[in-house]
Design a protein around this ligand. Structure first.
Ligand SMILES: N[C@@H](CCC(=O)N[C@@H](CS)C(=O)NCC(=O)O)C(=O)O
Length: 192
């Protein structure tokens, strides 16, 4: 399979982490997200949404959306709970990550670190929502080691992807010890 991705992007790293952990062979094509290449005619022919990660499985089978790709790659593995209820709880986190976490923490990081905007130009609402997302994670992790069940799942990988870069987005993990502990644990499991 061929993965189109930018190794600075948490969404793309999710796919890499799952493929590496499950020892799924792949060819990685690095695409600089700032280069405009995702919107080129050639790339739009591969993924009309013009976004990475995008995976080409051959025979015309193209899959986008990081969490959908992770779910497909990890089917029948321990990264998805066998129990239907726990799998649904994992999906709950995956949807939450895309609606409440990534659009705040990843966007703040993009603006500060990739676009070099000063903090004064980052919307206070974005910062507030990002902090609310981190607070929700911290509260959950005070009660358990993993987001779902008693071992690492795709919920942890999805949330780790941008939480590990939260400080680049101007957020602090200093008063969030459970997130720090979980990040270390998850990175150890993934060998990253
Ligand atoms: N919801 C999508 C988001 C993908 C996304 O926003 N990709 C960014 C890089 S992280 C991108 O391709 N940006 C380039 C563009 O939009 O042209 C996912 O989870 O894969």
């Amino acid at each position: 399979m061929k993965i189109y991705g930018d190794t600075r992007s948490g969404n793309c790293l999710k796919v890499k982490y799952v493929a590496d952990t499950l020892a799924i062979p792949y060819e990685w094509t690095e695409i600089d997200v700032l280069s405009g290449r995702t919107r080129s005619k050639e790339f739009l022919a591969i993924n009309p949404a013009g976004q990475i990660p995008t995976v080409d499985f051959g025979n015309g089978r193209i899959l986008a959306q990081s969490n959908a790709i992770m779910r497909y790659l990890a089917r029948n593995s321990a990264l998805i709970p066998g129990d239907a209820w726990l799998a649904a709880k994992m999906d709950e986190w995956l949807f939450w990550e895309q609606y409440s976490h990534e659009p705040t923490i990843a966007v703040a990081r993009f603006l500060r670190t990739f676009k070099n905007l000063p903090d004064s130009e980052i919307s206070p609402q974005l910062v507030e929502k990002g902090n609310a997302a981190l607070d929700m994670m911290e509260a959950c992790l005070t009660r358990k080691n993993w987001f779902v069940g008693d071992q690492i799942t795709l919920a942890d990988i999805a949330l780790l992807a941008y939480t590990q870069f939260a400080e680049e987005g101007g957020f602090t993990l200093e008063h969030r010890p459970h997130i720090r502990k979980w990040l270390a644990l998850a990175k150890g499991e993934l060998n990253i």
